[in-house]
Design a binder for this molecule. Structure first.
Ligand code: SF4
Length: 229
């Protein structure tokens, strides 16, 4: 499930070109949703920060599907509040994904890193590979890479200290193609480094037609779940 204590964002790299959150926000604004009255501008929703504390059943929670928690317009004190909620809810697993690796690395020493917070960066092509080094500096129990939408080759992935790799192609009307040799290369690198590999989808204009098999099989590997300290 998703939890969106922040909505809205701005684009930082080619991976943002067909941002799903931007399209969804436009739709919700048009429908008159109060949460999206500012459209896709960064908007804090302090009334949602404590919501996970009320969920009794353990859940896997994707944090900020409609934004980037490490956007410059989200104050450190607010990010700290979001992390405090995650720390205080060890029965849930939180997955946080950012394209702002630099700010993540800068703020990481001022945030708690409990075992139930999985931290990832998105890398769509080699131009933004530097985000991996920023993630490697973060003391999260699980550090993951989301190579999605993959729009270029990544033949030299630094996988030291990385616990999980997800690969996926872009989908939707203007989807940019993902080449099979790019995926095979990443898969080989993960196998060599013994990093769990999750192949999400080929994507394309009709993703239902392309599926998610790679060389005849589904790759659904997950990292080992860390135990709380
Ligand atoms: S960082 Fe994510 S949410 Fe923000 S514009 Fe890019 S793709 Fe969209």
């Amino acid at each position: 499930m998703t939890w969106n204590p922040v909505t809205g964002c701005t684009k930082v790299s080619q991976g943002c070109k067909h941002c799903y959150a931007e399209r969804m926000a436009a739709r919700l604004t048009a429908m008159g949703s109060d949460r999206y009255r500012n459209g896709f501008q960064v908007t804090l929703h302090p009334d949602l920060v404590d919501i996970p504390r009320r969920w009794r059943q353990p859940r896997v929670v994707f944090v900020n599907s409609m934004s980037d928690l490490f956007h410059d317009d989200v104050p450190l004190a607010y990010i700290q509040r979001v992390f405090a909620t995650m720390r205080d809810c060890p029965h849930h697993t939180f997955q946080v994904l950012t394209k702002r690796g630099e700010r993540l690395a800068e703020l990481a020493p001022q945030l708690p890193w409990p075992a139930n917070v999985w931290m990832g960066v998105s890398v769509e092509d080699a131009r933004v590979l530097g985000r991996v080094a920023h993630l490697q500096a973060v003391p999260a129990a699980v550090r993951f890479l989301s190579l999605e939408p993959l729009i270029g080759p990544l033949n030299a992935l630094p996988l030291e200290g990385i616990h999980w790799v997800i690969v996926g192609g872009e989908s939707g009307p203007k989807a940019r193609p993902m080449r099979k040799d790019w995926v095979d290369s990443i898969h080989r690198q993960c196998r060599a480094a013994e990093v769990p590999f999750f192949f999400k989808q080929w994507g394309g204009v009709r993703k239902d037609l392309t599926g998610r098999k790679l060389n005849g099989r589904v790759y659904d590997q997950f990292p080992e779940v860390p135990q709380p300290a």
